[in-house]
Design a protein around this ligand. Structure first.
Ligand code: G6P
Length: 366
């Protein structure tokens, strides 16, 4: 009811703004990267595995795609991410030493549960879930679990569940890195400090809302949008495009920016807004030349840039600056403005934001 919504217009908006609290709760009590975070006896299991297989659907799948970058780069562990509904029906080559990681807000998604059972039936006994509901079927069925503390999520389009999943997956990455001798005390302390700072950092990103609302006015009259990202931020672009299509019904696609020239550039005209996630990382110079390609075709660019990025606004090039540069945790921060963009675009179009047509919060049938 209205009382529960407080100053917010929809549950989705409320849930977007709950993220500093949700992340703080999820990380509460984390004093280091210890296997016990994932359940008793986790150390023995995590020490034994030599690969990770991630299974999930929807937004949770994009959390998995982000985790792959972390797991390979930080923990040095080969990682595969699969859409649950595909994995359960294809013939794959099982690795008995894989840790099967399911990611699910509800813990009741039929395809993800079936994919878990399929993996187990192929001889992969080690299972871990990152899940928001401690009493769910998924938590009961997995050997290990990390329970996110997003709280109840009502909006059909997932927001706070996604960013808390990312936090849980980052903890898993660092725990595996430590067990594998890839994390020294100094690095551990640095990562802990960065995690503790997250709620404050998220709060300052949320303060960008008025600027995002201005962009949403321009988006509301469009029928198509393209999202670009590179590296760790490619899954963020995918999630941004998914949010926009789910609630505003604008057709949106995401591409890794380097793939522009292999197809989507043909779609770029002044009628196609191009949203770009541009953190100040090693790929920034390459990303800038991708942006030139869009500008040269008359495409209008909407860039979320880090504070210390040398991308200046200009004709057809709009820039919102993120408050700070956030290293490996950057995907968590860059997700928020894309949630806000989808939300305010949908509000401007007058759609049923919390209950988009044809979609369900939790898909418990195939
Ligand atoms: C549905 C929801 C999505 C969610 C997906 C997976 O499609 O509308 O928001 O990402 O299910 O749900 P899960 O509970 O497994 O994360």
């Amino acid at each position: 009811g209205a009382a529960e919504l407080g100053p917010y217009r929809h549950y989705m908006q409320k849930e977007i703004f709950e993220q500093p609290r949700a992340l703080a709760d999820t990380l509460q009590g984390v004093e280091g990267f210890d296997a016990d975070l994932f359940g008793s006896g986790a150390a023995a299991v995590l020490r034994r595995i030599d690969a990770v297989l991630i299974l999930a659907c929807g937004t949770s799948y994009y959390a998995g795609c982000t985790a792959k970058y972390w797991l390979e780069a930080i923990a040095g562990i080969p990682t595969q991410v699969e859409v649950a509904s595909e994995y359960r029906y294809r013939e794959s080559v099982p690795n008995p030493n894989s840790l099967v990681v399911t990611i699910t807000q509800s813990g009741e998604t039929a395809d993800t549960l079936a994919a878990l059972r399929h993996a187990r039936s192929l001889g992969m006994p080690h299972t871990l879930t990152v899940c928001n509901v401690a009493t769910s079927a998924m938590v009961r069925e997995c050997e290990l679990a990390y329970i996110t503390r997003a709280g109840v999520e009502i909006g059909v389009a997932s927001t706070k569940a996604f960013t808390t999943q990312l936090a849980g997956l980052f903890l898993l990455t660092l725990t595996l890195a430590k067990l594998r001798g890839r994390l020294d005390a100094q690095a551990e302390a640095d990562h802990l400090r960065a995690l503790r700072h997250l709620p404050v950092a998220l709060q300052s990103v949320l303060a960008l809302e008025p600027q995002v609302i201005a962009w949403a006015q321009a988006f509301a009259s469009k029928e198509n949008a393209l999202f670009l990202g590179r590296g760790l931020h490619y899954p963020v672009a995918l999630e941004g495009a998914l949010k926009l299509k789910e609630i505003s019904y604008i057709h949106a696609e995401a591409y890794p920016a380097g793939e522009l020239k292999h197809g989507p550039l043909a779609l770029v005209t002044s009628a196609m807004p191009v949203v770009t996630v541009a953190p100040n990382d090693a790929l920034l110079e390459k990303l800038k030349s991708n942006l030139q390609e869009v500008r040269a075709r008359g495409g209008e660019l909407f860039v979320f840039a880090d504070a210390d990025t040398s991308i200046e606004p200009g004709e057809g090039l709009h820039v919102i600056r993120m408050p700070e540069h956030y290293g490996e945790l950057s995907p968590i921060l860059h997700t928020l403005p894309l949630q806000l963009l989808a939300y305010h675009t949908a509000v401007a179009r007058g759609t049923d934001v919390d209950k988009p047509r044809n979609l369900a919060k939790s898909v418990t049938v195939e």
